[in-house]
Structures are given as C-alpha cells and as structure tokens.
Design a protein around this ligand. Structure first.
Ligand code: GLU
Length: 504
C-alpha cells in the first residue's frame, strides 16, 4: 500500500502476443497520466511467460508505439533500471526461491490431471450448467502419494485457494469489490516445465519492483482474489488496484476487429497525429472539469486523477477522433503540416505506380511551388493525413476530359453558360495577380456576381468545373488561388471552347 512519503510506482505490463492494440495504449496512457499527476515512475515490464502465444516482433512494436504516442517510461528492458531484468523470461531464477517458499508453506499443490481429464471435466460442467473451473481433484491427494507421483509423472502446481471467507479489496476506480473464495479457481501457478504463469510472476514482480498502484483492464478483476491470496501467503502488502473499464464501440459492444483496424500503430499509418490521439484517448474514460475538449498532454496531466476515471465502458467513437484530428491538423504551423503530409502524398503516388512523381496526365514534373500551395489549400479540410494525396489531385492537375455538359449548372443552358464563361474569362484578366488568394477571390467574384445581376450557382458552378473538371471538387476560389491567374484563365478558355464546339 502506498504511503504518503513513498513514490508512486506503476507499471505497463504488456504480453508480447501480437501487435499492440489501441486499448493497450489507452491503459498505458492512464498509467502515464497517473505517474505524471503524482510525480511517480512508470515501469515497462514485458510479461512473456506464455511461450505458446509469444510473438518475437511484438516487443519492438510495443516500444515503437509507446514512443510514437509519446508515452515515456522510467524503467524498462530497453533502458534498464534498478529493478531489472524487466522481461519475465529473464527472471526465472528470481522466481525459484519464491516457488519453494510457497511449496513449503503448503500454498501450492501438485496437480497431475491430464489435458483429457480436464477437457472431460469442463464438458461435464457445461452440460450440467455449472460454472467451469478446476474441480480440485488433486487437492485431496495424500501427501505421500503426491510426492511419489511427482518423481514419475508430469505435474503443474496449483494455488490452494482458501475455500471459505471472502476476498475484498478497495478498487481505486470502482470502490469495494468482494468475492466469495469458494468460487475462485485453484489457478495453475507453475507449469509442467517449471515456468511460472502470469498469476505468480505478476505478484512476485509487482512486489519486488515496489509497485504501489496496479492499473489494468477490468478483465483482471476476477483474478485479483488469487493475487491477494498470494500476497497473503508471502506476507506482503498488496498494491492498490485500479481496474479500468473496457473500451466499447459506438454500438456498445466490446471494441474488436469488427470496428476497424485497432492496432496502435495503424493510427499513425492512417495519418492521425499523436497529440490528437492522446487528447482523444484521455477523454475516453475521464472528463476534465470544464467544457473544453481540446487539451494538450500537459493540461490533461495537470488535471488528471486516477480516481476520476469512470467505471462504465468507454465508448470509442472514431468519427469524433477524426473530427478532433482535423482540428489538430488545422492548427499545425504550415511548414510542419507540409513536412508531415508529404510522406503521405508520396506514398499515395507510389501506391498508384507513380514512382517518378509526375503529373499523371501531362507527365510534367510536379513543381514544388504548386505542391506546397496545394497542400496548404487542403490543410483545413483534412481529417486524416492519408487523405492528402487524394485531396490535392485536383489542384495539381485538373481533369480536362470531362463532358462539356458538366459545365451547365442546374436550371441553366449551354448558351447562358458559354456567355458566363466568356464574361469570367474577361473579368479574371482584370484581377491583380496579388489578389489571387482564396479570401480575396471569393470577395471579388461575389461582388462581380451581384453587380452583373448573375445567378450565384449559374456562375460559380461552371467556373468550378472549368477549374477542376469534376462534379465534386474544392471551391473555385481555392482552386484559382492555387493554380494562379494565367492557368485559371487558360482553363476558362478551354471550358468555353469545349462547350462552344459542342453547341455550334
Ligand atoms: N500481461 C497482462 C496483459 O497483457 C497484464 C495484466 C496486469 O496488468 O496485471 O494484459
């Protein structure tokens, strides 16, 4: 239990069983916020005792994700520390004497049940609609018989869970939680190859690493009584437990593959910004006092209190994340935005087979000026950086193979459209090059429409199509400001010729 003069220590304890999941990063963030808000320390410990589920690349991806999300730690296998080693597979010798201690105390008993027997037992329990769990068959074996069998048969060591009384603990998020001991399974603590299971290693390590607060997912609540039984057997003070809720999709079911790609690094690859991710994730199960939703990491860590995390499921709303990310993209300094967006543009060109980085239709090299202007024109409209490539295509090279009819606005005619395009062609000549900015063009052209008593749609539609060649595109003001005066006029000329040639 933490006392006031003891430094808070918590740990992120991922099992390297695959690519890190966003839910795992969310828990790491809560742990990080907790140590920031208490000036404590965050330890990373790799829980790799389950060799069947071990994935070698996983650990690297875990650190890559922590690093990208900016979740820093004070001790871990990568940076060392006074309580290492920080991989459970490297701590086997450390566990040995503790296993002996438990054996001597009679907290463990050998179990010789075969996989077949356990399977049959489970099927029987399911058939009788009873809770599944070990039936304690080997618990009552006479000591002498058990000792003899241990020399000849494979066995695991199970926890001799008390069968009477209650296990109670004060969860920092949920308040008091109680379990009737009789309902708790005699968990396997040491496997037949001598390796400890998670349940034993976690207790020994949390104790030896002087962890004061264990923050973990709610799926571990029912394991806590087993861990408490071990603390009691060792006569150790248990840490404080805080079980955070599950993350749910907007349909309120547990977040899963069905809800999209949830690997922590996929958010990076789709062009989310780490600041947006942190802001969004922090708000999943916790709310700041005020109404403000856009908060920096610093602001969040100043206000965060672990006990304020909600116990109810946290809803992961990707639409909201996209919106928030859009706000962060918009707020980026222009040069920083360009720097972050460019790799996504290159990636989308390469994906389309355009390794030379040329304009697909004309084959002309993309000029840096045009590229930069196009990027800045779309900065405010993006929600993910991986949308950049598609968003700037029209700016870089509008389509010129569109049908002339596309230029005709609803309720207008070819004759009127040709007339309008001619007027625009002439008028755009009179606008100074320096006024070719989105805001100025919008102001000037709207004034022109009013002065000439033209229809808004009847004027801006053909202008926009002339500049983009598409039915749906950015505004004509934005397009004209990026391509500049000469190109704007060229495109209007082309449009009016296209329509005239069809309607002569
Ligand atoms: N290794 C466990 C996991 O990956 C950690 C459980 C705990 O924090 O105690 O979920």
């Amino acid at each position: 239990m933490s006392t006031s003069n003891q430094k808070e220590r918590t740990r992120f304890a991922p099992s390297p069983t695959g690519m890190p999941h966003i839910g795992s990063i969310w828990i790491a963030l809560l742990q990080w916020l907790h140590v920031k808000s208490t000036r404590g320390e965050l330890i990373v410990r790799i829980e790799d005792t389950d060799r069947n589920r071990f994935v070698p690349e996983s650990e690297k991806a875990i650190f890559e994700a922590l690093n990208w999300y900016g979740i820093t730690h004070d001790e871990g296998p990568d940076i060392g520390g006074a309580f290492g080693p920080y991989r459970q597979s490297e701590r086997l010798a450390i566990y040995k004497p503790y296993i002996e201690e438990l054996k001597e105390k009679g907290t463990l008993y050998p179990c010789f049940c075969t996989a077949e027997r356990l399977q049959e037992m489970r099927e029987g329990q399911q058939r009788d609609k009873k809770p599944t769990g070990y039936d304690r068959y080997c618990r009552s074996l006479p000591l002498a018989e058990a000792k003899k069998k241990m020399n000849t048969e494979p066995y695991v060591l199970r926890l001799k869970m008390p069968t009477e009384g209650e296990s109670t603990f004060a969860d920092k998020i949920r308040g008091e939680i109680s379990f009737s001991n009789a309902l708790i399974d005699d968990q396997v603590l040491v496997k037949s190859d001598g390796w400890p299971t998670y349940h034993l290693a976690v207790v020994i390590d949390d104790h030896l690493m002087e962890i004061t607060t264990v923050i973990r997912g709610e799926e571990w609540i029912s394991s806590t009584p087993k861990h408490l039984a071990l603390y009691k057997a060792f006569d150790w003070q248990p840490p404080v437990f805080a079980h955070v809720p599950l993350i749910l999709g907007t349909d309120r079911s547990k977040l899963s593959k069905r809800h999209g790609d949830l690997s922590a690094l996929s958010f990076r690859d789709r062009g989310f910004l780490p600041e947006a991710m942190i802001n969004f994730l922090a708000l999943l199960g916790w709310h700041p006092k005020g109404e403000k939703e856009m908060l920096t990491r610093q602001q969040i860590s100043e206000e965060f209190r672990l006990e304020d995390v909600h116990a109810a499921g946290a809803i992961f709303n990707e639409e909201k994340l996209r919106w928030m990310n859009g706000q962060y993209i918009k707020a980026l300094p222009p040069q920083r935005f360009i720097q972050l967006a460019l790799p996504f543009v290159l990636q989308s060109m390469v994906a389309k087979g355009n390794r030379e980085m040329v304009l697909p239709v004309s084959g002309k090299k993309i000029s840096n000026g045009l590229l930069e202007k196009s990027l800045l024109a779309v900065q405010n409209r993006l929600q993910q950086l991986d949308e950049t490539g598609a968003a700037i295509t029209t700016y870089l090279e509008p389509k010129d193979d569109y049908a002339g009819e596309l230029l005709i606005a609803k309720k207008s005619t070819a004759v009127n459209t040709i007339e309008t395009l001619k007027m625009l062609e002439e008028y755009m000549q009179t606008i100074a090059e320096s006024d070719y900015t989105e805001e100025m063009l919008e102001k000037i052209l709207r004034q022109f429409i009013t002065d000439k008593k033209l229809g808004v749609g009847e004027t801006l539609w053909p202008l926009r199509v002339a500049l983009s060649g598409e039915a749906v595109s950015p505004s004509p003001f934005s397009l004209a400001s990026v391509v500049g005066k000469q190109e704007t006029i060229n495109r209007i000329t082309l449009a009016s010729q296209k329509l005239s040639s069809q309607h002569e």
